[in-house]
Ligand binder design. Sequence first.
Ligand SMILES: *Cc1c(COP(=O)(O)O)cnc(C)c1O
Length: 818
Amino acid sequence: MLTFRKLASVTEGSLVQFVQDWPVLDLLIDSRKLSQPVGTVFFAISGKFNNGHKYMAQLYAQGVRQFVVEEQEASELVSYHPEANFLQVKSSLAALQAVAAWHRQQFKVPVIGITGSNGKTIVKEWLAQLLTPDELVVKSPRSYNSQVGVPLSVWQLNEKHTLAIFEAGISQPGEMEKLQHIIQPTIGIFTNIGSAHNQGFVSVEQKIEEKLKLFTHTDLLFYCADYPQLHEAVQASGIPSFTWSRKSKKANLAISGTTVAGAKTIVVYTYQGQKQRLAIPFTDDASVEDALHCLAVLLYRNLSLADIQNRLDKLHPVAMRLEMKEAINGCYLIDDTYNNDLAGLSIALDLLASQPQRNKRTLILSDLLESGVPEEELYRQVAALVRVKKVDKVLGIGPTIQKHAEAFPGTGTFYSSTAAFLEQFKADAFRNEVILIKGARVFGFEKIVQAFQQKVHGTMLEVNLDALVHNLNFYRSRLTPDTKLMVMVKAFAYGSGSFEVANLLQFHQVDYLAVAYADEGVSLREHGITLPIMVMNPSVDSFSKLRQYSLEPEIYSLELLEQFLLESAGAPASIHLKLDTGMHRLGFTENDFEQLFSMLHQYPQVRVVSIFTHLAGADEALHNDFSTQQIATFRQLSEQVEERLGYKTIRHALNSAGIVRFPEHQLDMVRLGIGLYGVEATGNEQEALQSVSTLKTTVSQVKSINKGETVGYSRKGVAAEAKTIATIAIGYADGYDRRFSNGVGEVLIRGSKAPIIGNVCMDMCMVDVTGLEVKAGDEVIVFGPQLPLVELAQKIGTIPYELLTNVSARVKRVFFAE
Ligand SMILES: *Cc1c(COP(=O)(O)O)cnc(C)c1O
């Protein structure tokens, strides 16, 4: 067993404080995911966006007694934490990786390592499923394939497992070698190589070269020889290989034909001189390729044809999505369709635990698909997880979990099947709770999700939380380490859903939030948001609310200040001063200063936490001179203010466009807005951001009209020839701008563009689908990655901000992550 002293030798660190040689049972890198302090070692990693050393005091208070720290941080910490072991290393991340590599070496089992541009996760999940009848498999949870994900995946390996399958993903040279040391695969799969230009690499060849480093010591590498650059590189590397190909008869597995038959693809192939056929239960190219990799592995393992077919038949698409949405009776649903195994459950429970908006947590859980672990042991572990993750109520569905009901004393209610649950379902039994729905696919939990759904109105705004995080990190990467980040979540987080976005930002530890009105701040507080919040437009009658909810007003005029000071009546308060440097909207000017300081000096308990200004034209290069002039004025005025106040404040000026355009003027903080939501306002770096929101609706009806007939109000849509039109369920009351009428706007249906015909109505509009195959119920994309907001805004002479914030409240928001 690994103990702390051994950990020191494995990581070549030095024990700066040693209390006792405790066992090392769990590796923790994210303080929020602590489940069991005893046996946990916290690795304080200082990354680009955060520094783990900040959370050590809190973890110590929670009972953690084993810490790995980096040199520069160590000495001070020790004296405050007398009862803990401290190991000092050069890099905590490298130490984590070293521990995982050491752990891997303790096991002799075959390990399959998977890399490639696409399909890693699916091939991994499918292989695990296909090999489970013969093996006890451990695999990476979800897409844990990064420099931290891989060590945590490998750490799960234990003496019961007979096969491990881990995926590895890299974004720049140098990374794969590290992952190779940790995974030490004995068998490799290289799924494919995308030709897309990759930021971290100079060429596709370099990318292949780098990825191949995962396989330097494998006994056998499976890959598709139809990628010429990949094929060449593998052959040159001398790594023993098993190839499959649709083109070359020389491949170990030669595919001579694939034909779609209904929902299946019939594969004809030759292996070891024998021609055979098999059916794969998918028809799309990506799934067929992923399944062919799996087929190659199964053939290599000498499974019989009947056995292979039998196992392939049971393959199902890997759901890699998690959705969050409002539900009945003030409940909130987390619908997690990832595979239902123990590692996946643990991750989902972390997410449940990080939802502060309702104070009750419910888990609806099916039987787990965990091979090999004895049932009793498995459900004991589930029950332990449920306890440490503070779930209040467990509804177990399925014969196996029901059988182990006694593992969940006091918290559990059990049902033999989904049907049995639905039969007894009473909506009233659920109120103001967060409900995690986690079921293996065969249990058909989508029916349960439906039972919890609110009104189903076909129009929805899908918000991609992964894209939000990507964009957040893009802007963070532009900041100097000491610059604080305020994020604007005004106007319902630019239409994207204020609470969910705020909660994500809280999780990712931004420094400040800002809203326009007190009510928005109150609502965030009521949903459990504890970050500091600035209110930009506080009204006098909201001042008591501000105090009650610890919201901090922006003060922009002498009148407002006077009223605030009177109302505050000597109570301590934090305020933000807005200076007008040329926007001419809100803010103090130099003329106000004498009065401003004399008022503030009378109320020393009212503290100015920040001073800021807003740029009028940061998005346009045309106004660069004006912007820099504004910043110069601000620097000078804010200095004056700080001098007169006699203390330092947080000074900030840049919005999203400013962050990109004026990196030298970050001051103490920046205010990120539209960029988080996927629009790069200067237009110079749009490709670096990901599209966050997709507005979707459905086709209500399709009809044919004759030449000369008209469509919609005022008979504006005139058919110059016979047409097929579709009525779609979105109108200006949903936020679909009426200026899109008469061919200005277009939507996407089954990947084809369909222009608006006639005027946009209140709740609907009509689109021209002549020549397209469209039927009632089809999904319609109004905007999204394929129909960028920036282009739509241009068509009607407005800005993306307006389109985003106009999506009306009646449009349901669905949040998802992959
Ligand atoms: C909305 C707003 C921002 C954010 O602007 P973006 O262009 O969306 O980045 C920053 N500061 C103030 C004062 C704002 O009102």
